[in-house]
Design a protein around this ligand. Structure first.
Ligand SMILES: [Ca+2]
Length: 112
């Protein structure tokens, strides 16, 4: 779980804007939050790209994968546990990963 980390701005304004752009791309239903339903929408979109019927094996497989992404990545930034990730939580979650030396993401050195 991510814990709150206030008063520590590791990300520049530039990176924050980039992150918020990513956030809005992931907010598929434009609710202002990233949630499980956005993962479901992505699964539908990807199924359509592959001309797969909703409910087909391809769609089910995509849905499973997108829900895994939600469970294993996006939902980790849900600090207050309301089941959705706000833009602020999203930025804080990324800051947390970037500032954690135990994470060895290949791009982490660029974001400093
Ligand atoms: Ca939340």
């Amino acid at each position: 779980m991510f814990s709150q980390q206030r008063g520590k701005a590791l990300l520049s304004e530039y990176h924050r804007k980039k992150l918020l752009h990513h956030f809005h791309c992931l907010d598929a239903d434009n609710s202002g939050y990233i949630g499980k339903e956005d993962a479901e929408i992505f699964a539908e979109r990807f199924a359509k790209i592959r001309n797969a019927e909703l409910g087909s094996d391809i769609h089910k497989d995509l849905l499973f994968k997108w829900l895994q992404i939600w469970e294993n990545f996006w939902s980790k930034a849900d600090v207050d546990g309301d089941g959705k990730v706000s833009p602020e939580e999203f930025c804080q979650g990324v800051e947390k990963v970037v500032s954690n030396p135990d994470y060895s993401l290949s791009q982490s050195s660029e974001v400093q």
